[in-house]
Design a protein around this ligand. Structure first.
Ligand SMILES: *Cc1c(COP(=O)(O)O)cnc(C)c1O
Length: 347
C-alpha cells in the first residue's frame, strides 16, 4: 500500500523502532575474528549463563529469530498432536501466528478462554480444562498466557500463581509469551524469578526484538525436561542461527548493567505520559490500565482522522480502540507532538 511521505510510525508498534545502541554495539563487537558456529562459542555460553543468573535458576536457554517461532516451537514441547492448549481469545498465538502453533505441534488445537483486560479468566480456564474428558475431544495439556498482555496490562505474581496452580493440578504445563516480558518486569518491580518459575511458569518466550534488539527471542525452559530435544526442533524449523554469537552478544549486553530495565522503564513511562495526555481530551477514553508500554484509547473520529492526516500511524484492529505502542526509541517530544496534534483537532 502506498503511504504518504509524512507517515510517522513511532507509535504503530514497538518493532517500528530501530536497534538500540547497546545491542548495535554488541553486534559490532561480536564482529571480530573467527569463532565456532551454531552456538558452540564462548559468547553464547556466557549469554546462557547470564540468563541463569538473571533468573536465579538452572534453566535451559535457546535463541530463535522471532516470536512466532519461539511460541509455536515451545508450545509444541508441551503437547502431543491429540492434546490442546488453552490460550486467551486475544492472544498473539491465536490471532497473529498464522496457525504456527497448530502446525509445529502437528495439530494440537488451541482452546480459547475468555480474557478480562487481556488477562485469562481463571474460571473460564477451569471450565475448559474440566468440561470434556472423553476421547472425542483433544485433551488440554498446555496453558499459555502473555506477560505483558496484548492489551498492555500485566499479571501480578499472585494472579500468575492462581492460573499456574490450576493448570498444574490438572496436569497442564504453563507457557508464557513474553514478547514484552521486560516491560512487564520493569513495571512490576519484582525479581525475574517472581513472575516466572517461582510463579509456576514452565517455559518462557523472552522477547528481545521489541525491547530493542535485532532478530532474537530467547526460549527459556525452567523445566529442563521439556527442552530436552529443543535444539532439534529449532534446527528442523530453520531457527538455528549459524552465526549465533551475533545474537548471544546482544543478550549478554542487554541482561548486564540493567540495560533492559532502562529501555523498558522508558517505554512504560512514555506510555503513561501519552495516556495522561490523551485522557484529558474531550470525548477520549483510555480503555485499559496502562501497566506497560501500550496505550489503548477510544478516540472521537475527528481526532483519529486528524492524527492520520498529520501522518501518525497506529493500529485500530486490536482491543476495540486505537493502539499506541511506546518503544525504547520514542521520546517525550514525540509523545507531546502526538498529544498536541490530537488536542488541536479536539479544539
Ligand atoms: C510481537 C508479538 C509476538 C512476536 O511476534 P513475531 O512477529 O513473530 O516476532 C509474540 N507475542 C506477542 C504478544 C506479540 O505482541
Amino acid at each position: 500500500m502506498p503511504d504518504s511521505a509524512n507517515a510517522k510510525y513511532h507509535f504503530a508498534s514497538d518493532n517500528t523502532s530501530g536497534i538500540c545502541p547497546e545491542a548495535w554495539q554488541a553486534f559490532d563487537e561480536a564482529n571480530r575474528g573467527f569463532h565456532p558456529s551454531y552456538g558452540d562459542d564462548e559468547i553464547t555460553r556466557q549469554a546462557c549463563e547470564s540468563f541463569r543468573s538473571f533468573f536465579e535458576a538452572d534453566c535451559d536457554v535457546y535463541f530463535v529469530f522471532n516470536g512466532t517461532a519461539a511460541n509455536s516451537l515451545s508450545l509444541a514441547t508441551l503437547c502431543q498432536s491429540y492434546h490442546s492448549v488453552i490460550a486467551g481469545d486475544l492472544s498473539h498465538c491465536e490471532t497473529d501466528e498464522c496457525g504456527a502453533p497448530e502446525f509445529f505441534s502437528n495439530g494440537s488445537k488451541l482452546l480459547l478462554a475468555k480474557t478480562q483486560h487481556g488477562r485469562l479468566d481463571p474460571a473460564d480456564v477451569q471450565r475448559l480444562i474440566t468440561s470434556r474428558t472423553d476421547l472425542h475431544f483433544p485433551k488440554p495439556r498446555g496453558l499459555t498466557l502473555s506477560q505483558s498482555t496484548e492489551l498492555g496490562t500485566t499479571y501480578q505474581p499472585a494472579q500468575l500463581k492462581e492460573l499456574t496452580s490450576l493448570a498444574h493440578q490438572h496436569g497442564l504445563r504453563v507457557h508464557m509469551d513474553g514478547a514484552r516480558f521486560f516491560n512487564a518486569l520493569a513495571a512490576l518491580d519484582c525479581a525475574p524469578a517472581d513472575i516466572t518459575w517461582r510463579a509456576g511458569i514452565d517455559v518462557l518466550c523472552c522477547g528481545g526484538t521489541k525491547l530493542g534488539m535485532a532478530v532474537t527471542e530467547a526460549v527459556v525452559f525452567f523445566d529442563r525436561a521439556l527442552g530436552q530435544e529443543f535444539a532439534w526442533r529449532c534446527k528442523q524449523a530453520g531457527q538455528l542461527c549459524s552465526k549465533m554469537r551475533f545474537i548471544s552478544a546482544q543478550w549478554l549486553r542487554m541482561l548486564g548493567d540493567d540495560v533492559w530495565r532502562r529501555h523498558a522503564t522508558h517505554g512504560n513511562a512514555l506510555a503513561r505520559r501519552l495516556a495522561a495526555g490523551l485522557s484529558a481530551l474531550p470525548g477520549a477514553e483510555i480503555l485499559y490500565p496502562v501497566d506497560a508500554n501500550a496505550v489503548f484509547a477510544k478516540l472521537p473520529e475527528t481526532i483519529k482522522e486528524a492524527l492520520k492526516a498529520k501522518g501518525w500511524r497506529f493500529y485500530s484492529f486490536i482491543g476495540g480502540g486505537s493502539r499506541f505502542m511506546c518503544s525504547w526509541a520514542v521520546t517525550e517530544q514525540d509523545v507531546d507532538a502526538l498529544i498536541a496534534d490530537a488536542a488541536a483537532a479536539a479544539a
